[in-house]
Design a protein. Structure first.
Length: 732
């Protein structure tokens, strides 16, 4: 396990990764809009142009409306109990469907004169709002066109039906709406008169049929009553239930009495076998006379004992006493036998009574079951009779209602208002088109950039790290010119790139400020994806610790694809895997072990290579030897820096956390998504390792800057470095 270094006062933890702050970062929003400005503007222009063209290219459409008023039919006083409101709603719904029917459309088409038909079919018309169709005789004819051009609906909270006709000609629209209203009124009148006659015939036939059914079910019910002598089924059932309750209570009482007598008899017989006293037998049998005899016998025996002290056995008084005692004992025995016999007789009688009551109860239960069987069929017949009577009453009421309604006017729809030719088209609507276009444009222009950023946003700036990941930025490393691996890995020690060197120094300073653990300690350096520069950062960060007087060991923990030996131009013939394979002992002497091969690549900087490659990093960390090796190395160095495989691809880095104190996480500019980094950091936090912050690598000119200058861009860092050098030359 890692040693716990000296801790500094705890800082306020940043926001939890994955939890988006509630505040709005205006600067970040502007950056997002600026990044996607041209694409969003192009999409907005294209979408708005297409929508505007589609809306404005529609032909001019005119809408005319005629209204129909529904009058409730008059009802006689004896029909007032029927609910008129549901009937009116039902009629309106039915009439609306009739208005939309093909039958009415054909009637309207037949009512047009040739000139009117030519007016209606002479131009493009609609089959619904927003759609046009060329209508001719080959595509449904006039009736089909009318059905598509006309809509019928109810005006809310009124008894008005509105017929709307849409056409490219205002005169034709008004003509269609008016003709529909007139034809519908005639249609309703004809259907009402024809329907009343058919309804009366049907209702009379139905009433006669139901009358016969009622008579038949009444006869069946009466015959059933007579067959089983059922004056009232409920009364018979109540009598049987009461009888069952009485018999059940009596049978229970008889059973209790029998058990009590048998218990007393058993107790008495048991006491008799054990030669119990008369008092005990009296208590068991319930004979109090036995207790009296026992008392008298005891008194005589006590008196005889007193007399025995004064007289001899042959004394007359003694003989009289003996005879009296024998007589009492004989009387006691006779009464005991009499009590036992009485108990046995009581037990026999109790059994007989219980048996009789049980048999009577069983007979009563059979009678109840039989009555229930009879009641099932009786109830079926009774319900059938009641249902038929109710149906017959309803049919008679409906027949009377229909008869009265037939005598009244069947046409309860009147034309409320005729349609007039509209003065202006309702489509295309310029104001509506402008509003739709503006709303679509705003939605695309502002929604596209933030949607792209939400699902595909990558790490680009300090704001991305602090706002979306909830961690601090340790430093920003600018893009370094291409070169070989060794030159890039020793950038700080060579000091050939002043701006980059200053950025690494700023990274070191910020790391020391953000860290809560002082050396000696172990740092874990990793990234989300390969190619983000974690090995480059780890090597140069190790050189910075050396420059500040620390004894540093750089450990190549990437057993899958080691690179640190190439950074320092060393062969990979010795290292961790080679040492583990030989099972060498752990101790101070291992620092000079050739199999481990710790090499000093610079004064104060040592390198532990992998000594080969392996895909079993997690198995090695789970074993005992590798953790012991790291613990021993922590005793001899101030800082251990472990370069691991990318944590977003392999689990090795998370497995190393139990051996490390802090994590230095590397993110390359515009390479990895915020969601991926957030997920990887969440796993590290669950592992319990400290995360001082994130290092932004390969920041281009103008997008970031050295942390040392706290917000200045990479080109500003170079400019300030040159300015300081020029000032030093002038002073010299």
């Amino acid at each position: 396990m890692p040693r716990s270094g000296t801790s500094q006062p705890a800082k306020k933890n940043p926001a939890t990764p994955g939890a988006a702050p509630l505040s709005v970062d205006l600067r970040q929003s502007i950056i997002v809009l600026r990044t996607h400005l041209w694409v969003a503007a192009a999409l907005t222009l294209i979408a708005c142009s297409v929508l505007a063209w589609q809306q404005l290219s529609q032909p001019k459409l005119f809408s005319a409306e005629a209204s129909l008023f529904f009058e409730r039919p008059n009802r006689l006083p004896e029909m007032r109990e029927m609910s008129e409101a549901p009937l009116g709603e039902l009629q309106i719904s039915t009439r609306l469907e009739q208005l939309r029917s093909i039958e009415l459309a054909q009637r309207v088409a037949e009512s047009f004169t040739p000139e009117e038909s030519a007016l209606v079919l002479g131009s493009d018309a609609t089959r619904g709002e927003g759609a046009t169709a060329r209508v001719d005789s080959r595509r449904g004819g006039l009736a089909g066109f009318l059905r598509g051009a006309v809509t019928a609906k109810r005006r809310p909270e009124t008894m008005l039906l509105v017929v709307s006709a849409v056409h490219t000609d205002p005169q034709a629209a008004a003509l269609i709406a008016n003709r529909y209203a007139e034809s519908f009124v005639r249609y309703v009148l004809e259907r009402s008169l024809a329907g009343n006659d058919a309804a009366l015939v049907f209702l009379r036939e139905r009433a006669e049929e139901m009358r016969k059914k009622v008579e038949a079910t009444e006869r069946d019910l009466q015959d059933y009553r007579q067959r089983f002598h059922l004056v009232s089924l409920e009364a018979n059932q109540n009598i049987i239930v009461d009888n069952l309750k009485t018999l059940n209570a009596s049978a229970t009482a008889a059973r209790v009495a029998r058990l009590a007598v048998e218990a007393r008899l058993a107790q008495a017989e048991d006491l008799l076998k054990r030669d119990a006293t008369a008092e005990q037998l009296a208590s068991a049998t319930g004979y109090e006379s036995l207790a009296d005899l026992a008392k008298r016998l005891a008194d005589l025996q006590a008196k005889r004992a007193v007399m025995a002290e004064r007289y001899g056995r042959r004394h007359p008084a003694m003989q009289d006493s003996s005879r009296e005692i024998e007589a009492l004992q004989k009387l006691r025995d006779e009464r005991v036998q009499s009590a036992i016999a009485s108990l046995r007789d009581q037990a026999d009688k109790a059994r007989v009574v219980e048996k009789q009551l049980t048999e009577q109860l069983a007979e009563a239960e059979k009678e109840a079951l039989h009555l229930d069987e009879i009641g099932v069929e009786y109830n079926t017949l009774r319900r059938a009779a009641e249902t038929n009577r109710q149906t017959y009453s309803q049919v008679l009421a409906r027949l009377n209602d229909a008869t009265m309604s037939a005598q009244l006017s069947g046409a309860n729809f009147k034309i409320s208002e005729m349609a007039r030719p509209p003065a202006a088209p309702f489509s295309p609507n310029l104001r509506r088109t402008l509003m739709l276009t503006a709303m679509l444009g705003l939605a695309i222009f502002f929604g596209y950039p933030f949607t792209v950023e939400l699902f595909f946003g990558r790490i680009r700036s300090v704001t991305d790290v602090e706002h979306f990941l909830g961690v601090d930025v340790l430093g920003e490393i600018g893009s370094v010119r291409p070169g070989d691996d060794g030159e890039r890995a020793q950038l700080v020690r060579a000091e050939q790139n002043e701006a980059a060197t200053e950025q690494f120094r700023a990274l070191y300073s910020q790391l020391m400020l953000s860290s809560r653990i002082d050396p000696p300690k172990t740092l874990l350096v990793t990234s989300t994806l390969p190619g983000e520069g974690k090995s480059f950062i780890a090597a140069n960060l190790a050189q910075l610790f050396v420059a500040h007087g620390r004894r540093v060991l750089l450990i190549d923990g990437d057993f899958r694809r080691p690179v640190q030996h190439r950074n320092f131009s060393l062969p990979n013939n010795a290292g961790t895997l080679a040492w583990l394979g030989q099972n060498r002992p752990v101790g101070p002497e291992m620092l000079r072990d050739a199999a481990l091969g710790i090499a000093e690549v610079a004064p104060g900087l040592h390198l532990l290579r992998t000594g080969g490659s392996s895909r079993k990093a997690t198995e090695l960390l789970s074993a005992e030897l590798l953790p012991r090796l790291i613990e021993e190395l922590q005793r001899h160095y101030d800082v251990l820096i472990i370069d691991t495989p990318p944590a977003g691809v392999f689990p090795d880095a998370v497995a190393f956390t139990k051996l490390c104190h802090e994590l230095v996480f590397v993110c390359r500019f515009n390479t990895v998504s915020r969601q991926a980094v957030r997920g990887v950091l969440a796993r590290f936090r669950q592992a319990g390792i400290e995360v001082p912050g994130v290092v932004l690598n390969a920041m281009p000119t103008g997008f970031g800057g050295a942390a040392y200058y706290y917000g200045y861009g990479y080109h500003q860092a170079k400019r300030y470095a040159k300015a300081y050098s020029k000032k030093d030359d002038e002073s010299a």
